[in-house]
Design a binder for this molecule. Structure first.
Ligand code: DX5
Ligand code: ZN
Length: 216
């Protein structure tokens, strides 16, 4: 299977969001990546439920919702109702990660587990068979447009090994600092889904950049 591409709306033009949603709709992108930040788990605040509900009315592709919030269990059902197809929670934000994963699954969404750059892949050993996806952060979460952390390649390899060893079906997503230079290597190392914000929305032709990030 060729890789999937999930543009992050964090770098879109919020003054004319409808236009960027239409561009993603007609582009070769596979999913919408939606970054929810609470100003507590990460040092930034983005957008939440009412905005996602509105975007859902215009967007025609699956919603990949990345929760950068403390105690996400409180909101899982509501994000599902707002239109989330995949809900990802940070391992660092969940004391009872197994419970959080099953709350997501029982809502009807696919469950993703996110690791910050400092969190070792080894901590996923006992959750990898329950997760539908693992999101490896390749920047410290909170902001778009940051520099890609090179250690991510090693983590993808470790994660791929763990997935194979445990016979897990989890997909691997990489988020942060993805660009046209590092995307091919990320995929050849084992990434199934690439998230990209800045690279797409600061380019002169976002739709074409999406196509370049899909076809290599
Ligand atoms: C960062 C977010 C990312 C971010 C990616 O906290 O999780 O999804 O928007 O943006 P770029 O591609 O600009 O690093
Ligand atoms: Zn994200």
């Amino acid at each position: 299977m060729s890789h999937l591409l999930a543009p992050s709306l964090l770098s879109a033009n919020f003054l004319n969001l409808g236009k960027d949603i239409e561009m993603i709709n007609r582009s070769q992108a596979d999913w919408f990546h939606l970054d929810v930040m609470d100003g507590v788990f990460v040092p930034n605040i983005s957008f939440g439920l009412p905005v996602i509900e509105k975007i859902r009315k215009a967007a025609i592709k699956p919603f990949d919702v990345h929760l950068m919030i403390v105690d996400p269990d409180r909101y899982i059902e509501r994000f599902r109702k707002a239109g989330a197809d995949i809900i990802s929670v940070h391992a660092e934000a969940c004391t009872h990660l197994h419970r959080s994963v099953y709350l997501i699954k029982s809502s009807g969404a696919k469950a993703g587990v996110v690791l910050n750059p400092h969190s070792p892949v080894s901590q996923l050993t006992d959750i990898i068979n329950d997760a539908d996806m693992v999101l490896l952060m390749s920047v410290n979460p909170g902001f778009g447009g940051q520099k890609f952390i090179e250690n991510t390649y090693l983590k993808i390899r470790e994660l791929k090994e763990l997935i194979l060893k445990k016979n897990s079906a989890a997909m691997i997503e990489v988020d942060g600092g993805v660009d046209l230079n590092n995307a091919p290597l990320l995929v050849s190392e084992g990434a199934d889904i690439l998230v990209a914000g800045n690279t797409i929305f600061t380019s002169s032709n976002p739709e074409q950049t999406i196509s370049l990030l899909k076809n290599f």
